[in-house]
Unconditional design. Structure first.
Length: 297
């Protein structure tokens, strides 16, 4: 039964006039009459009797008034309680890479301006399996990753192509010169998406890294400490290059890494989640289909 039928019933009972009730509800008179008839059919009882031009409420109608008021009050409480979860809930975001936090920062600033009452909880994941598990068990509403996810229950959309730059501390140029192959090399461990990008160059020039780390931030700190060359996302090192602290080898191979957003294919999005995803799609520098997907929902 449509809860609005009870609202119409109570107003007609209060006013004793269908026409006046229709005016206050901004309905047509036939609409109000049809709603009262639908309510009578639902309860299989007559709620009003018309004698001439006058409307009289029946004993059944009088008894329904108290229940209708209680039901509408309870419905209002239920709606207010449930809406706390749809409008003021926390959006849970998993990050499959620390670099994604830098990519996400300007998007989050814009999101906070659009939806100031919704918080975003971000969790850094140690590896991709943890990120995927978080999506599948609903620990995360969405996640940002740089790996290709092969799971039929997860949708993945590329959103940002980030340049990888070959950089070293500017002070090392006096020792090793500006020839890239002469510098000590710092790498991410084998198996990482980043390492796969520059591994062909390392093999071609028989370069053996002097240091290997498990995350990009550790590589960045090693480069800033003058330990050697690193291949890092532009977002992590651009400010250091502009300040003259780091030197970029512009003749090095041009590499990029793609970041993507993932979520469960059966995920039900709140308005706030859709707003965050739209902000991500608006900041995208590659067309991975996210905007089209959101438009089709």
């Amino acid at each position: 039964m449509d809860i609005r039928l009870l609202q119409t019933f109570l107003l007609v009972a209060k006013l004793g006039n269908v026409t006046q009730a229709a005016e206050q509800l901004n309905f047509s008179q036939p609409t109000v009459t049809a709603q009262i008839r639908a309510l009578e059919e639902h309860f299989e009882v007559l709620l009003f009797e018309r004698v001439g031009k006058k409307l009289y409420i029946t004993k059944a109608g009088l008894r329904l008034i108290d229940y209708a008021e209680k039901l509408l009050l309870l419905y209002g409480e239920a709606r207010a309680s449930v809406q706390e979860f749809s409008h003021d809930r926390t959006i849970k975001v998993g990050l499959g890479t620390a670099v994604a936090a830098h990519t996400l920062s300007p998007i989050l600033r814009e999101f906070q301006e659009r939806v100031p009452n919704v918080s975003v909880s971000i969790e850094h994941c140690f590896n991709i399996p943890i990120t995927v598990k978080g999506i599948l068990d609903n620990s995360f509403d969405l996640a940002l990753v740089h790996d290709k996810i092969s799971n039929s229950r997860i949708l993945q959309f590329n959103v940002v192509a980030e340049k990888l730059l070959w950089v070293t501390h500017a002070s090392l140029l006096d020792t090793y010169g500006d020839t890239l192959q002469q510098h000590p090399f710092i790498a991410l461990k084998q198996g990482s998406v980043y390492r796969e990008k520059y591994n062909p160059y390392l093999r071609q020039h028989a370069i053996i890294p002097i240091l290997e780390y498990s995350d990009s931030e550790a590589v960045r700190q090693a480069v800033l400490n003058g330990l050697g060359i690193g291949v890092l996302p532009e977002v992590l090192v651009r400010s250091h290059i502009e300040d003259g602290i780091l030197h970029e080898f512009c003749d090095a191979p041009k590499l990029e890494i793609d970041f993507s957003v993932i979520f469960h294919k059966d995920k039900t999005f709140t308005l706030a989640m859709r707003t965050l995803l739209m902000a991500i799609s608006e900041h995208a520098n590659i067309n991975g289909g996210l905007s089209e997907y959101l438009s089709s929902m």
